[in-house]
Design a protein around this ligand. Structure first.
Ligand SMILES: [Zn+2]
Length: 262
């Protein structure tokens, strides 16, 4: 069967990332260092200079995510930690660290076949309803919600429902423009989505000015955990993450919420 175009594009991206995962030969000994894989070499991506780790393919947001995950309890009560649309470098390290408590998921798990890590299928629109409330230790997903073809707020609510008290919901979304907009119509072309949402695969764009207005009440029963309390500016800069990523409502930011204990 012919693969859909976006699947092919992602498979190609993943392959490049995997091929780039070999030990670099001319590793600098000073300068910013990727906290995930230890590489000090950073390449360009889509006109953005020196943002992508050559060792593991991580971007600023992935490195920030990793630093956050290092500061929190991922498996309270020995419940499993869910990693959705796993970043490969992080997936490897979490798998080593958490063993069977680590669960990786994707809507299209077949794109991870070459990685050698078990990734199961999870449709955020359909499958979360089947999970028991308070049953998982925590979850992370970064730049996923803009692809999801159902009510994004309902997805956030479902995720928060299944996290156990004391567990963390860690996520990031791209911000593109000031105001939220979405269009899930299947009649939109790749070109339409590119011009309206900034990418061919996105069905929505998050606005920095109205994100909390749209999604804030999905986090009832959760407390926000300020990022600067978890990652200090010096550590961020050393990891080649811009300091502005620690401020809320920008594309590199990572949201951290902890479920309140009742
Ligand atoms: Zn790296």
């Amino acid at each position: 069967m012919k693969k859909p175009l976006r699947l092919k594009r992602f498979a190609k991206f993943l392959l490049r990332r995997l091929n780039g995962d070999r030990p670099p030969v001319d590793e600098p000994t000073t300068g910013p260092q990727c906290p995930i894989c230890g590489s000090r070499r950073f390449g360009d991506f889509r006109n953005r200079v020196g943002v992508r780790c050559v060792g593991c393919g991580s971007f600023e947001r992935s490195r920030l995510l990793w630093m956050v995950l290092n500061q929190i309890d991922l498996t309270p009560g020995n419940r499993p930690f869910f990693h959705v649309a796993p970043e490969i470098g992080i997936a490897r390290r979490l798998h080593e660290r958490l063993g069977s408590s680590y669960r990786a998921f994707d809507f299209s798990p077949e794109i991870y076949e070459r990685v050698g890590l078990p990734v199961a299928r999870l449709d955020l629109c359909q499958d979360l309803h089947e999970l028991t409330a308070d049953s998982i230790g925590g979850i992370c997903h970064v730049h996923v919600l803009e692809h999801v073809r159902c009510d994004a707020k309902a997805v956030l609510r479902q995720i928060n429902r299944v996290i156990a008290p004391g567990g963390y919901h860690v996520f990031g979304v791209p911000f593109w423009g000031h105001r939220y907009r979405e269009d899930m119509s299947p009649t939109l072309t790749d070109a339409d989505r590119l011009s309206r949402f900034g990418h061919e695969d996105h069905v929505r764009a998050f606005g920095a000015r109205d994100f909390m207005e749209h999604f804030g009440d999905a986090f009832e029963g959760m407390e926000p955990v300020p990022l600067p309390g978890l990652v200090d500016p010096g550590t961020a800069i050393h990891a080649n993450v811009p300091q502005r990523a620690l401020a809320p409502l920008n594309t590199h930011h990572i949201f951290v919420y902890r479920k309140l204990t009742r």
